[in-house]
Design a binder for this molecule. Structure first.
Ligand code: HEC
Length: 152
């Protein structure tokens, strides 16, 4: 009974992994951090590019350069009136391209033709739905009208 081994310390012995991170855990943690940093950088760069595009558009609009009638038409009208305004779901816009500016504007904004006819409900009332994400401006309507006049 002499020379007894020292007993275990009183109280629960902490498991080794509770005391400190193992080498493996530290390495794994570092790898995750590195990956997060890489992803974060990529996301940041993408965001910067997107923000750059938006900023450019805002600057262009703010600088007062005229709206692009062709782009407006492609984005907001071509789906129904056809890529060349030759007609699809909606009629060809040859005739209306020749309307006076105020008449064309009223048709696009309020859906009313020069002879007082209400256009069918399929034709959006752009005063209500907006053009290019915001309330249509006269400059946009003029640009659209001018673009339609260039079509053969
Ligand atoms: C969702 C489909 C749709 C979209 C988008 C659309 N239109 Fe129309 N549009 C129509 C339809 C359908 C008519 C015919 C309605 C009728 O005659 O009752 C029409 C009629 C018109 C007319 C009257 C033509 C005429 O000779 O009577 C004009 C002008 C017109 N659209 C311009 C535009 C412009 C400009 C845009 C884009 C800013 C546009 N439309 C977007 C469906 C659309």
């Amino acid at each position: 009974m002499s020379g007894a081994h020292p007993g275990p310390p009183a109280g629960p012995r902490p498991a080794p992994e509770d005391r400190w991170f193992t080498r493996r855990q530290v390495a794994a943690f570092a790898a995750v951090l590195a990956m997060a940093a890489a992803l974060g950088t990529a996301a940041y760069q993408t965001g910067g590019r997107l923000a750059g595009t938006g900023g450019g558009a805002v600057v262009t609009a703010a600088a007062g350069s005229p709206p692009d009638g062709r782009a407006l038409y492609a984005a907001s009208c071509a789906g129904c009136h056809g890529p060349d305004a030759a007609g699809a779901l909606g009629p060809a816009l040859r005739a209306s391209a020749g309307w006076r500016g105020a008449d064309f504007t009223r048709a696009v904004l309020e859906g009313r033709t020069p002879d007082g006819r209400q256009l069918g409900a399929v034709m959006p009332r752009f005063a209500a739905v907006g053009l290019d994400g915001s309330a249509p401006t006269q400059a946009q309507l003029d640009a659209l009208h001018a673009y339609l006049k260039t079509l053969p």
